[in-house]
Write a protein that binds this ligand. Structure first.
Ligand SMILES: Nc1ncnc2c1ncn2[C@@H]1O[C@H](COP(=O)(O)OP(=O)(O)O)[C@@H](O)[C@H]1O
Ligand SMILES: [Mg+2]
Length: 309
């Protein structure tokens, strides 16, 4: 059985001119970290919310852990847990109470709820601050409370919608480590992110979505091969005519005074000679997930004009 099986799913929000998601088909295996990677406004949250039974698809079918999202939402809700993108903890409630109460609502007894609350609060370094009301905690700690709530449960499938936004580097690593723990216990995860390092580090499988459609998917290794010219050569732009580089491969302006050429390995030698002749600095490296993304989507991962986030 799949964690998620989405078939030709389209979502058009009420009053919207364009579909937020258009004919998306995805199969998410169990026991894996499955990542939706896309710019702000790509449709990631829309997909997550439909799978989590918070929104209904306009057309198409989604089954989650074998249950249909429209007809069997109740069964699904007992088996999933979600860290929503725009979630906020309750101001006056402590981190301990957030997690503990949530576990009780989900049917855990007192002893187990106590144990699990302590375990996850320690893991995410919230334990010291367990008795402080959420309103007195930093933004990052508030976000970690939501992650703790979702991860303390024994749900089979966890939805993490941009879980590390606004976190400092240490907290990000704590969340990453908790994600790995969750997976090692056999849990499944649907992660959304626009951070390349996060996607590269955690994902077993990545789906790149752009403007509501799936434009590429695969393991990291498979995605790297999306770019036929698998070597990147960065050359300082200094007075260099972009046209001179075009015969060697596809050229991207990195915006930092550098031009990036995606070239076949065989062209690298000539390119380096050209750079040396013109006295321009250059570096050669294999393509990264970031390159694949830019190659496919064009431009950076920054805010989409049409997107809310
Ligand atoms: N409640 C809503 N009503 C109307 N349009 C929405 C709503 N939520 C999202 N959208 C639009 O749907 C598209 C996808 O949004 P979203 O799923 O939030 O993208 P992401 O999570 O990838 O940033 C965007 O164009 C966004 O503006
Ligand atoms: Mg989102």
């Amino acid at each position: 059985m799949l964690a998620i099986d989405a078939a030709v799913v389209t979502k058009v929000y009420k009053g919207a001119h364009q579909a937020a998601l258009s004919e998306v088909s995805l199969k998410v295996e169990r026991g894996k970290v499955f990542t939706l990677l896309g710019r702000n406004g790509a449709g990631k949250t829309t997909f997550v919310r439909m799978c989590a039974t918070q929104l209904t698809p306009t057309s198409g079918n989604i089954s989650v852990l074998g249950y249909d999202v429209t007809r069997q939402a109740k069964q699904i809700r007992n088996l999933i847990s979600i860290v929503p993108q725009e979630g906020r903890p309750l101001r006056a409630l402590t981190s301990w109470d957030h997690v503990y109460n949530w576990l009780q609502i989900r049917g855990e007894g007192k002893r187990v709820a106590n144990e699990k609350t302590e375990e996850i609060l320690r893991k995410l370094e919230l334990y010291e601050a367990r008795d402080r009301p959420a309103m007195n905690l930093s933004g990052g700690m508030k976000q970690k409370i939501l992650v703790a709530m979702a991860m303390a449960t024994d749900a089979q499938l966890l939805f993490l919608d941009e879980p590390t936004i606004g976190l400092d580097p240490v907290s990000r690593r704590q969340v990453w480590s908790a994600i790995k723990d969750w997976k090692s216990k056999g849990g499944s995860i649907l992660l959304t992110t626009h951070y390349m390092d996060e996607a590269e580090l955690l994902s077993d499988y990545i789906v790149i979505i752009n403007r509501g459609t799936v434009i590429a998917q695969g393991t990291i290794q498979e995605l790297r091969r999306v770019i036929p010219q698998n070597t990147r050569v960065d050359i300082s732009r200094d007075g260099l005519d972009i046209e001179v580089l075009r015969p060697y491969g596809s050229v991207v302006d990195t915006g930092a005074g550098m031009l990036r050429v995606f070239a076949f390995e065989s062209a690298v030698h000539e390119l380096s000679e050209l750079a040396l002749r013109k006295n321009l600095s250059f570096t050669v490296s294999p393509v990264t997930l970031d390159d694949v993304f830019v190659y496919l989507v064009g431009g950076g991962i920054g805010d989409d004009q049409n997107g809310r986030y």
